[in-house]
Design a protein around this ligand. Structure first.
Ligand code: UD1
Ligand code: CA
Length: 451
């Protein structure tokens, strides 16, 4: 499509039904704030300019939105006088002149790019407006689409609708495409003589018809245009998002043993032939390469897992973790800012923070990097082919060279040269016969106390 478009995302609302100390559009679905879902839909639809209308929490919302990419700017709607008024807050952006002006709601995060494409195609075919509609047997609360053949005659808001109109089951999803040449004139003609005393965006439909312009409807599945007003709907939208992504992942070659128990983020990338066992949660910033297995009950966030690696069960990979090819991170292991080399093994009960582990190195059970002194964090660097015995504390900053061997139970406070054996613990002493004497004494005491 060669038509140039502006997208306007309305995100000024209070969101009072969320009962939250922060604006509704800052609440997240799959780890991404609602408003950024709408922005990303606008981007995928090819809009070169995006205007976000902000109101409640204008500052944090603007910051977030403006950091999300180029070609985006925020407009403040100081008073909340309705959706047409909100769109007009971005008047300066509309004035720049566009073939298509798309309006999206910041609280409607699942809109697909092809829904926006289809709406824009109606404009290319000569319509002045295309409204995205959906069918529902429970239309209460939505604007009803009053049709005459293929033409949309008006949108009637619930409070202003007649009984007959209230029975209409084709509703306004809130997404609209408006021909740029008509947008300003139509929006500026909107008045507020209605039940709510608001400037309704939906009134531009009847205004366009009065001017002899064509208005079309493009239908979308209900799931694609689900809006978030309460936390119940937030959870419903999350469920739809997760279900969609799981299906996409499986069709792309990822095995999800129990898909409904695996949770991904908006940006999770998983290569084909990865197996994800039940109950795995992935926060933002996770990438998993081909052939890896993520065993049950693992939690990953900001982690990069190499080819053929094995993670978990019960592993926690925190931000800044890189796991090399064929490496193993086993049960009850926590990692943070840790670079684990190819073929390395960290099999049990370990904490690796601010650490670098060389290729093929083995980290024994219960090893802890002591990376924090209460004020600052320090790095632990371990070379290749090294062996760290179980239950060792590595007090950072510390370096352990290639091929070094740390005896188990060591507290390592000084660097270990490559190839060296480090024993950071008291030497063992054996006292002849002493064990037997202690055992006999203890047995006698127990017998005495039973009398
Ligand atoms: C709106 C539509 C209705 C549609 C429904 C779909 C209008 C008049 N009605 O109703 O036809 O079926 O959405 O969910 O458009 N907003 C602002 N500033 C304002 C008013 C609203 O930014 O002054 C934003 C809100 O933050 C929200 C969106 O616009 O993202 C929709 O506003 P809302 O009040 O929720 O409209 P509905 O009554 O749901
Ligand atoms: Ca709404």
């Amino acid at each position: 499509m060669t038509r140039r478009s502006l997208s306007i995302v309305l995100a000024a609302g209070e969101g009072s039904r969320m009962r939250s100390s922060k604006a509704k559009v800052l609440h997240e679905v799959a780890g991404l704030p609602l408003v950024l879902h709408a922005v990303s839909a606008a981007r995928r639809a090819g809009s070169e300019r995006i205007a976000v209308v902000v109101g409640r929490d204008a500052e944090p919302v603007s910051k977030l939105v403006e950091a999300s990419g180029a070609g985006i700017s925020c407009f403040v709607q100081a008073e909340r006088l309705g959706t047409a008024h909100a769109v007009l807050s971005a008047r300066d952006a509309i004035r720049e002149g566009w073939d298509d002006v798309l309006v999206l709601f910041g609280d409607t995060p699942l809109v697909r790019a092809d829904t926006l494409d289809r709406a824009r195609r109606h404009l290319a075919d000569g319509a002045a407006i295309c409204v995205v509609g959906f069918q529902t047997s429970q239309p209460t609360g939505y604007g009803r689409l009053v049709m005459s053949g293929d033409e949309l005659v008006a949108i009637r808001e619930e409070k202003d609708a007649s009984d007959a109109e209230r029975r209409i089951e084709l509703c306004n999803a809130g997404v609209m495409a408006i021909a740029g040449e008509h947008a300003l004139a139509l929006l500026e003609a909107v008045g507020n003589r209605n039940a709510k005393g608001e400037y309704y965006l939906t009134d531009i439909v009847a205004l366009a018809r009065e001017r002899g312009l064509s208005v079309r409807v493009s239908e979308a599945p209900f799931d694609d245009v689900l809006g978030v007003n309460t936390r119940v709907e937030l959870a419903a939208v999350e469920a739809v998002f997760q279900a969609r992504r799981r299906t996409e992942l499986m069709l792309a070659g990822v095995t999800l043993v129990a898909p409904e128990t695996v949770f991904v983020s908006y940006d999770t990338q998983i290569a084909p032939d990865v197996v994800i066992e039940p109950h795995v949660v992935m926060g933002p910033g996770v990438r998993i390469a081909a052939g890896s297995v993520i065993h049950a009950f693992s939690h990953l966030e900001g982690a990069n897992v190499g080819e053929g690696a094995s993670i978990g069960p019960y592993a926690r990979l925190r931000p800044g973790t890189t796991v090399g090819a064929n490496a193993k991170v086993g049960n009850f292991v926590e990692t943070k800012s840790a670079d684990i080399g190819a073929g390395a093994k960290v099999s049990h009960l370990t904490y690796l923070g601010d650490a670098e582990i060389g290729e093929r190195t083995n980290i024994g059970a219960g090893t802890i990097t002591c990376n924090y002194d209460g004020y600052n964090k320090y790095r632990t660097v371990i070379g290749a082919d090294a062996f760290v015995g179980s239950n060792s504390s590595l007090v950072a900053p510390v370096r352990i060279g290639d091929g070094a061997y740390v005896g188990s139970g060591s507290v390592v406070t000084a660097d270990v040269p490559g190839g060296a054996l480090a024993l950071g613990r008291a030497r063992q002493v054996n006292k002849d016969d002493r064990g037997r004497i202690i055992n006999e004494r203890n047995a006698a005491r127990k017998a005495e106390s039973r009398k």
